[in-house]
Write a protein that binds this ligand. Structure first.
Ligand code: SF4
Ligand code: SF4
Length: 341
């Protein structure tokens, strides 16, 4: 061959390997791709863009008679596929709008809601981090003001404290991120006498990236059962004087813990511990009874995807509900009750 067109996403891996091979073996082909502007540097390779680039490549090649027919066939095939895809798209109804949200029954929803409730009417910054709890940024929770890289929530919260000491600064970090790159930030905060509340959202797993084990799970990377590293002990070892562990699904207890920490100076930590819904099978579900006055507080304030309005009735989708009880805890009419599955 004389020319190769490489169409690949992300790093120009194959393109560079082909160039290396050409140099090593003294092969006389040229490689077209990201380095030559024949392939997009960033973003996805859509079918349309790829077809246009292939067509351009084939046009440039000025094929000899032997290959002309082959190339025309290939071009027609691509065009035909595109036309087929287009007609399929036209016949399909629009996809429902479904932004990424925390799962129904996710304990992080309860954690964010408790902090939000405790801080109502007060000035507070909510530094977020990387994990499924980044989804706490979505409405109606709206509880992630910053998100940079793993562990940055903790260092940002302590930095924000120095810019405005009157504001209560929170840092949310997951248990896995805490072990990955959160501990160094805590040492820095304690040593430099920052004033902040660290909230460790401990769901006992690394949920967003596939439930890999981490030092707090008690199973190592080879699947062996090993001793867990205790987050509370690590925090105390790093010099955090006030460490409270709560179950975020107990809303009152969690709100009280947040208020208590907000009144204390220095670095405080609340471990909000409740397992990820993927780790257990629900035995309960919640249902809405006739006392419901359709105020929609349960929809407006917590945004659980299991609750919706159907035929002007507020209903809970039993297939999604885990029976976490957060909606029941906030309903002003006690219209939401737990049932055994
Ligand atoms: S109990 Fe309420 S908040 Fe929890 S999963 Fe069911 S509907 Fe959602
Ligand atoms: S919060 Fe209670 S009363 Fe209001 S809509 Fe939901 S279930 Fe009904």
């Amino acid at each position: 061959m004389e020319e190769v067109l490489v169409v690949e996403e992300l790093f120009p891996y194959l393109e560079e390997e082909l160039l290396k091979l050409a140099g090593k073996e003294h092969l006389k082909y040229s490689v077209l791709g990201k380095h030559t502007g024949n392939s997009p540097l960033a973003g996805e390779n859509t079918a349309e863009d790829t077809a246009a680039r292939i067509a351009e490549f084939l046009g440039e090649k000025k094929p000899d008679e032997k290959h002309k027919e082959e190339i025309e066939d290939l071009t027609n095939q691509i065009k035909g596929q595109l036309r087929g895809a287009e007609s399929e798209i036209i016949e399909r109804p629009d996809l429902p709008v479904r932004p990424p949200v925390l799962c129904a029954g996710c304990p992080h929803r309860a954690s964010f809601y408790a902090v939000k409730t405790a801080m109502k009417g007060k000035k507070a910054n909510f530094s977020g981090d990387i994990g499924c709890y980044t989804l706490g940024n979505a409405m109606p929770l709206d509880m992630v003001d910053t998100c940079l890289c793993m562990g940055a929530g903790i260092t940002m919260a302590q930095g924000l404290h120095w810019t405005d000491p009157e504001v209560v600064n929170f840092a949310f970090v997951g248990d896995s991120t805490f072990f990955a790159s959160g501990m160094t930030g805590v040492a820095n905060a304690v040593y430099n006498e920052a004033d902040m509340i660290l909230v460790v959202l401990d769901n006992s797993t690394t949920a967003m990236t596939g439930h890999q084990p981490h030092p707090g799970t008690g199973i190592n990377m080879m699947g062996d059962v090993v001793n867990k590293i205790n987050i509370e002990a690590v925090l105390k070892g790093l010099g955090v004087k006030k460490v409270i562990t709560v179950d975020p699904l107990n809303l009152d207890e969690t709100v009280k813990a947040v208020n208590k920490c907000a009144k204390t100076k220095g670095v405080k930590a609340i471990i909000m511990k409740s397992p990820c819904i993927a780790l257990s099978k629900p035995t309960e579900k919640c249902v809405i009874n006739d006392s419901c006055i359709k105020c929609k507080k349960c929809i407006r304030e917590i945004g659980c995807p299991a609750i919706s309005v159907i035929d002007e009735k507020v209903v809970i989708d039993a297939s999604m509900c885990t029976g976490c009880g957060l909606c029941a805890a906030i309903c002003p009419k006690s219209a939401i009750v737990k049932e055994v599955r």
